[in-house]
Design a binder for this molecule. Structure first.
Ligand SMILES: *Cc1c(COP(=O)(O)O)cnc(C)c1O
Length: 389
């Protein structure tokens, strides 16, 4: 990497030159099986024909006009996202952190408009990740992300993930909202139980709080449903979406009910790039695929297939402690540093991502096939055997 690039990442010294389907290729022709998907972004794999067609056609027509004008592809995307969720209003931005920022600002202005300006605090959870802006690092509360960036933005109260009594005790007259990932991603693939999410809904109703689900990583079909909240059989008031929404093209969204979303009146919030013709045309093409007949059912089936194989490997391994996750969002908990396991797998040409607590994340493209799953599992089995001895 050029020394002119800031050194805020610990980079792996490989440069990829092209990607096709579930594989990435370097210039010298090495082929890697991509079970990281650019951190749950390239949900349709690389060079998907529909996305190539969409970007080519749109790039020859119109790239950007700003939100000073109507944008037809943005309207269409909003309508489709709402038709396929609890939401009725969508704000478009360019990243996950911006989507969470919008959700936080929306929850504050909603209460302000409702005559409760004293409600401004947000309850969030240990081990959370919501992005890297000042507000989102405060929302997640991870000391390692806050270090050097103090004083932190005020107004966040952290409690144990999954502990409903802790949430109850943290509520005050100043609480505006609860912010939670239905499946914690960076935190190590922790799936919130159905009863926990249902209890959150009940408590939020009782106290007039907004329930915000951060689906930046677990949304867009990753868990085998369009949205992870669908598994809980309750609806949040706001969800945040990004990563897979553009299949690799940057776009984020904050989606809300009519009642909550209508608090953003002209002038309250905005984004120059958000929802531009390129991004929203590509996101529409991503939706075409994810909503095609049988696509999500297939994600569920492939997720079960992969999980069963991993559980078998886990049973015969002394270094894998647990397999957890939902759909194609899977975490392997190791008793050895997951960074070392990731490096060993990379040497066998399998790409994965680490997460907190010696967890290894498997985030294959949702279009992965069974032969590719077999190939990945073989690499994992061989590699973990090396760590066993
Ligand atoms: C990645 C992520 C974010 C931040 O997204 P960026 O696009 O990096 O800003 C926020 N929330 C969750 C749950 C994420 O996984």
């Amino acid at each position: 990497m050029s020394s002119n690039v800031m050194t805020n990442y610990g980079r792996i010294d490989i440069s990829f030159d092209k990607g096709i389907g579930s594989y990435l290729y370097t210039k010298d022709g090495s082929r890697y099986l991509d079970f990281a998907s650019g951190i749950a972004v390239t949900c349709l794999g690389h060079s998907h024909p529909s996305l190539l067609a969409a970007i080519k056609t749109q790039s020859e027509k119109l790239w950007h006009v700003s939100n000073l004008y109507n944008i037809d592809s943005q309207s269409r995307l909003a309508e489709r996202l709402c038709k396929n969720s609890f939401a009725e209003r969508v704000f478009f931005c360019n990243s996950g952190a911006e989507a969470v920022e919008a959700a936080l600002k929306l929850s504050r202005i909603y209460h302000d408009n409702s005559g409760n300006p004293d409600r401004w605090r947000v309850i969030s959870f240990n081990n959370a990740f919501h992005g890297r802006t000042f507000a989102t690092i405060a929302a997640a509360g991870q000391p390692k992300h806050l270090k050097g960036f103090e004083p932190k933005v005020r107004g966040f109260d952290h409690v144990e993930f999954g502990n409903i009594d802790a949430v109850k005790s943290a509520i005050t007259n100043e609480t505006a909202a609860v912010l939670v990932e239905p499946v914690q991603g960076e935190g190590g693939i922790h799936v919130a139980s159905k009863s926990f999410l249902q209890d959150l809904r009940e408590i939020c109703n009782k106290h007039g709080l907004l329930l915000i689900f951060d689906e930046v990583q677990c949304g867009m079909g990753r868990t085998g449903r369009m949205w992870a909240y669908e598994w809980s059989e309750i609806n949040p008031d706001i969800i945040t979406v990004a990563k897979a929404l553009g299949g690799g093209f940057p776009i984020g969204a904050c989606m809300a009910t009519e009642e909550v979303g209508s608090a953003f009146i002209p002038g309250t919030h905005g984004s120059t790039f958000g929802g531009n013709p390129m991004a929203t045309t590509i996101a529409n093409a991503v939706l075409d695929e994810i909503q095609s007949v049988g696509f999500l059912e297939n994600v569920v089936a492939k997720g079960e297939y992969l999980t069963e194989k991993l559980e078998l490997i886990c049973k015969n391994s002394s270094v894998i402690e647990e397999v957890r996750g939902k759909g194609l969002m899977i975490g392997l908990q190791f008793s050895v540093p997951s960074l070392d396991v990731m490096a060993a797998l990379r040497n066998k040409k399998l790409l994965t991502v680490i997460a907190e607590g010696n967890t290894l994340r498997l985030l294959p493209p949702l279009t992965v096939d069974r032969a590719e799953i077999d190939e990945a599992c073989e690499a994992i089995e061989v590699t973990t055997k090396e760590f066993d001895t």
